[in-house]
Design a protein around this ligand. Sequence first.
Ligand code: TYD
Length: 228
Amino acid sequence: MREGKTKIVEEFGDDVILRFKDDITAGDGAKHDVMENKGSICCEVTARMMKYLNENGIYTMFLEYLPPNKLHARKLTMIPLEVIVRFKKAGSFIRRYGGTDGEDLPSPLVEFTYKNDELHDPLMCVEHLEVLGITTRQVACEIIEEARRSAILLKKFFDQNGFELWDIKFEYGLDQNGRVCLGDEISPDTMRLRRSGQIFDKDVYRKDLGNPIEKYEVVLELCRNISL
Ligand code: TYD
C-alpha cells in the first residue's frame, strides 16, 4: 500500500485500487484541509473523464469506477513528472514568463515539471529527462503528443458545455508491456476551469475564495453526461 497526499494505492491482483481521500492541499502541502465528499467527487470526475478519453482513443489506466471513492485501474510504473498543458496563461507560467491571467497562448503548450519536493518541482525539457535518466526521448515525445491530444479532447468537452479549460496537469506511467498510459487523476484539483469569470477549480481553495466543494459539484454534474 502507498499513501500520498490525496490518494491511497493498493495492489489488487495484477491491477490496483486507488482510494481518493477527502484531503485537499496546496502550496507543496503548506495548506491542508479535509472536506467531506471531496474524495468521492474527484474520483467520479476522474472515472468519467478517463472513460471519455478511452472512448476517444486515449490509453488510460481506468478500468472501473467503484462508488463512492475508488477506482479499479491498471498497475503502472509511474514516471515522476507533472505534464501540464496550457491553453491560457496562468499561475506558474505568469510567474516565470509574464503576461496576464487568462491571456490566450497561440497554441497549446506542453510543459514537464519533475516531481521532487526538495527541488520544488523544477521545470524540465526533453534533454533534462533524457540526460538525467528520468525517461527516454521517445517516451517523452510520446507523452507530449498524448497530453496535447487528451487536453484538446477535454477542452472540446468543456467548450460544448460553456466552460473554459485554461490548463490541466496529467501524470503518466508505463504499463506491464512498457506502453505509455495516462494515470493519476483528472479533476478540478488538476485543472483550471472557468465559466463567465467564475472559478470551478482548486484556485477557489488556493486563493480562499469560498467553498470549493460547491464548485466541484457543478463540475461533477457536468461530467455525469458521460456514461460509465
Ligand atoms: P501551475 O500554473 O504550474 O501551478 P500553480 O497552480 O501552482 O500556479 O499549474 C498548472 C495547472 O496544473 C493547474 O491547473 C494546476 C495543475 N497542477 C497540479 O494539479 N499539480 C501540480 O503539482 C502542479 C504544479 C500543477
